[in-house]
Write a protein of this length. Structure first.
Length: 573
């Protein structure tokens, strides 16, 4: 029998859902383009490389690709330092290559979502170069956040604020003024109270929408609107302020005025363009970003910070489906992305709290995500001991659980191969600014950005030229070449599950089912199927009410009516 009333976020079945609502239960695959596939052999992934792998993406069974930044960039932050929002970095292609890639994806039935980075530009952006050449009080500087320094000559920063990447959040420009950057100093924050800034981003949204882009992933969506007082608080005072819509820096209520403008642009198209917010905000403030009048969907990162346990998983699912119902959106599910330790590795390590630098700051990826793996990375992967097989086993189970849920599933390149985080990257090969700005606290995010292994042999395992971050030898065993011929591989599991998901997903509802076991979760979905996940180590015998045809299993089974330890089954009655 069911444990509680059905949770619902939309009454409409997928079979009758209009093309405008394709995103509500989409499986979206994140491509970090510089590490996906390299077609020209320069060691950096490119757009032609993505195009060459469209058949792979089609066979994987995804609904959409989310393309991380591909814009011209000095790569001070992996491409999130943008020189020009309406062009392609020549190292990874041209606008013609972008159009070719978009056409190939669409021909394969795959939508395209692109990253947009509106909180800051790069310090090479034409606006910022103009601002540095202009005097204090100029219109050029008003596009950014400039402040006079303290002291008679302005030689001291306006406040003691720290950057999310470590170190100070203010950078001097040599004339007594300083500019604010929450991230790297190469990423000056924009002033979103300036109408010129707002209008230029509307132009950017139309530019890419006109080229066939289906949607946008909005970086740091909660940070655009800032209202800094004349007398700046200290970092400690800033941290103590409630984030209730009136905070000087984060999650201000008036940020939604910006997204209402964006929504009007999205709705100019048929079907309307979609957007998903990266908004690190309190749970009860997330629906505002996902409202139909705003961006329409917001990332739910709660599973990134959850231990592999039944209680937290059930609580997260229940609360996020309720939030989605409040917003009129569908929720999103994320287990890995370009900013966190891969979940196959997280689940094979003991959990640990966040580590702070001596100045009290946290590395950028540790604001709200899973910290498991920090010490392991700092120790070069030597300790604590990684239980790699157990981590992958749990990851496969968690993925099947995720893919059975109503809402959108956001997958990160390489997780379909069961890739682990790479810990032993040489110092000279690291690229993430958090490594350089947070010594002893974080080695950065390069370990999940190592280029993918496509084949079991060759200089870069089929990636292309010499990989810009060297691949470890053990990547060969997880290559596409090895896994696609193995029916028990993680790649085969993903392909099977995604195909079934496309067939089975209908209404955005689930019903929890009592299992009689504290570490076992079960729920039913419309269309007569169920998901059962055993978070414990001992096998779980299915009760009569849950028995049926096994559609897919994350681990080998010794008996038809038993769920192995740390495994997930999908069944149809």
């Amino acid at each position: 029998m069911t444990a509680e009333a059905t949770l619902s976020t939309a009454p409409q079945a997928a079979a009758t859902r209009s093309d405008a609502e394709w995103w509500r239960q989409a499986a979206v695959y994140q491509i970090y383009p510089r590490s996906f596939a390299d077609a020209d052999g320069n060691g950096i992934g490119d757009l032609k490389g993505v195009t060459s792998r469209v058949p792979y993406l089609r066979e994987l069974g995804i609904d959409a690709v989310w393309l991380s930044p591909f814009y011209p960039s000095a790569l001070a932050d992996g491409g999130y330092d943008v020189d020009d929002y309406r062009d392609v970095d020549p190292k990874i292609g041209t606008l013609a290559d972008f159009d070719e890639m978009t056409a190939a994806l669409h021909a394969a039935g795959i939508k395209l979502i692109v990253d947009i980075v509106p909180n800051h530009t790069s310090d090479r952006h034409e606006w910022f170069r103009e601002a540095l050449a202009a005097p204090k009080g100029s219109a050029a500087r008003d596009r950014y956040i400039f402040r006079d320094g303290l002291g008679p000559d302005g030689a001291q920063p306006p406040s003691d604020w720290t950057s999310g990447f470590g170190g100070p959040a203010w950078e001097p420009v040599g004339d007594g003024q300083w500019y604010h950057h929450f991230f790297a100093r190469e990423q000056p924050d924009l002033n979103w109270h300036n109408p010129e800034v707002r209008e230029d981003f509307l132009r950017t949204l139309r530019f890419w929408s006109d080229r066939g882009v289906d949607g946008f992933r909005v970086d740091v969506a909660h940070g655009l609107s800032k209202d800094l007082p004349e007398n700046l608080p200290t970092q400690a005072e800033l941290d103590a302020l409630p984030v209730d819509g009136n905070h000087p820096v984060w999650d201000r209520d008036d940020v939604h005025e910006i997204y209402a403008e964006w929504r009007r642009v999205f709705d100019e198209y048929d079907p309307p363009r979609i957007a998903v917010a990266e908004a690190w905000v309190a749970t009860d403030r997330r629906p505002a970003y996902a409202s139909p009048e705003g961006l329409g969907q917001a990332f739910n990162f709660d599973l990134l910070g959850a231990p592999f346990e039944a209680g937290p998983f059930r609580e997260i699912v229940t609360s996020n489906l309720e939030l989605a119902e409040r917003s009129g959106s569908s929720t999103t599910w994320v287990l890995s992305n370009h900013d966190v330790v891969r979940h196959a590795t997280r689940y094979g390590l003991p959990p640990e709290p966040a580590r702070r630098a001596e100045d009290g700051s946290l590395p950028a990826e540790s604001d709200a995500t899973q910290k498991t793996g920090t010490t392991w990375l700092l120790n070069g992967g030597r300790e604590p001991e990684l239980q790699a097989e157990r981590g992958l086993r749990r990851a496969r189970a968690a993925t099947l659980f995720e893919l059975a849920l109503p809402g959108s599933a956001y997958l990160y390149q390489g997780e379909e191969l069961g890739l682990h985080e790479v810990a032993d990257i040489a110092d000279e090969d690291r690229q993430d600014p958090t490594y350089f700005r947070s010594p002893g606290v974080s080695v950065g995010r390069d370990g999940c950005r190592v280029p993918l292994p496509w084949s079991a042999e060759g200089e870069s395992l089929g990636f292309g030229g010499a990989a810009h971050i060297p691949q470890p030898e053990w990547f060969a065993e997880s290559s596409v070449e090895r896994e696609e011929s193995d029916p028990a591989s993680t790649l085969s599991l993903y392909r099977t599950a995604l195909a079934l998901r496309s067939e089975l997903q209908t209404e955005e509802r689930l019903e929890w089912v009592e299992t009689g076991a504290a570490q076992v979760l079960a729920f039913r979905r419309p269309n007569g199927w169920a998901c059962v996940t055993n978070f414990g180590r001992e096998p779980y015998a299915l009760p009569e009410s849950l028995r049926g045809e096994v559609l897919v299993a994350s681990a080998a089974r010794e008996a038809d009516d038993v769920v192995p330890g740390e495994a997930t089954l999908w069944l149809r009655a």
